[in-house]
Design a protein around this ligand. Structure first.
Ligand SMILES: [Zn+2]
Length: 311
């Protein structure tokens, strides 16, 4: 019922010593899923690489070429925390390709939902520039792919990463066919995501931001989340749901934190699954974004997967 998309290629994106977004996030998760026997309950598939044309659905060719060039010449930095290593371009093409691989299988009806265990993450990457650990915007490329390849007219992106997904917001700010919803700590990195940011032109009303102060308790968070997901899916009638699944709202996350417990990610997932069942035959593709607590991230992902599996 649930697909897990993963490849060791994601471990080759090397962010350097001491970086919170590092390969051990995925290594620890894979080890934990294998140990807890959840691995066997999933259909595990390798991703394909996204083509230049597919990444180009969001990012201009000059930017894609620039990332390739930095990688080909041994690596460099896009900003103080966003590293491109020699293998990063390649890894990023597969990270962007993972949700596309998942979408093809989910749309065919072979599996009803999927989780992409990927890095580099994506939701901070704006079309012309990567930032905040993100090179290509995996979730945004996935939504564009659903529009272009499958002609979907209504895609819902739910972003519960503790940081505002400025890149995804920018991509669809004027687009009424993609409803973008983010709950995030505010004020916080990257600085955007005020309640008043609701879209522009035809896209007005199709961006929903719920900024939360650092002391927001999980009960309040879940109430707000439930109301928005239930109400907005009933109005918007999504044909497909993409989750930007960051796990850095976990209360002990070293660079995030918003008082969520590990189990709360299961609750959030159940709420989305319920709406997906009601409106789009359960079709969900979830993409890993942040989540930096070394021992809690695998547990958060386990909880998320169990809810996708309906366990
Ligand atoms: Zn984050």
């Amino acid at each position: 019922m649930t697909l897990l998309i993963y490849d060791d290629i994601f471990l080759q994106h090397d962010t350097g010593y001491g970086h919170p977004e590092n390969a051990s996030r995925l290594e620890n998760t894979v080890a934990h899923l294998r140990q807890s026997n959840l691995w066997e309950q999933l259909r595990v598939e390798k991703p394909r690489a996204a083509s230049g044309e597919e990444v180009g659905l969001v990012h201009p060719p000059a930017y894609i070429e620039a990332i390739k060039k930095i990688a080909d010449t041994g690596g460099g930095w896009l900003d103080a925390d966003t590293v491109v290593s020699a293998a990063s371009y390649h890894a990023a093409l597969y990270a962007a390709g993972a949700p596309l691989t998942a979408i093809d299988l989910v749309v065919k009806g072979e599996k009803e939902n999927a989780f992409c265990l990927i890095r580099p993450p994506g939701h901070h990457a704006i079309p012309a520039r990567g930032m905040g650990f993100c090179l290509f915007n995996n979730a945004a490329i996935a939504a564009k792919y659903l529009q272009v390849k499958y002609r979907l007219e209504r895609v819902f992106i739910v972003d519960w990463d503790v940081h505002h997904g400025n890149g995804t917001q920018d991509t669809f700010y004027g687009d009424p066919t993609v409803l973008y919803f983010s709950m995030h700590r505010y004020p916080f990195y990257p600085g955007s995501g005020r309640k008043e940011e609701t879209g522009q032109g035809k896209g007005k009303g199709f961006t929903i931001n719920i900024p939360l102060s650092a002391d927001t308790q999980s009960k309040k968070y879940i109430e707000l989340f439930t109301d928005i997901v239930e109400q907005k899916t009933a109005q918007f009638l999504p044909e497909f749901i993409i989750i930007s699944a960051g796990f850095d709202a976990y209360r002990k996350d070293p660079i995030g934190g918003l008082n969520l417990e590990i189990e709360d990610f299961g609750t959030l997932t159940e709420i989305v699954v319920k709406s997906a069942d009601k409106h789009c035959q359960g079709k969900i593709v979830s993409c890993l974004e942040g989540g930096y607590h070394p021992s809690a991230l695998p547990l958060c992902i386990e909880t998320h997967l169990k809810a996708l599996l309906r366990k």
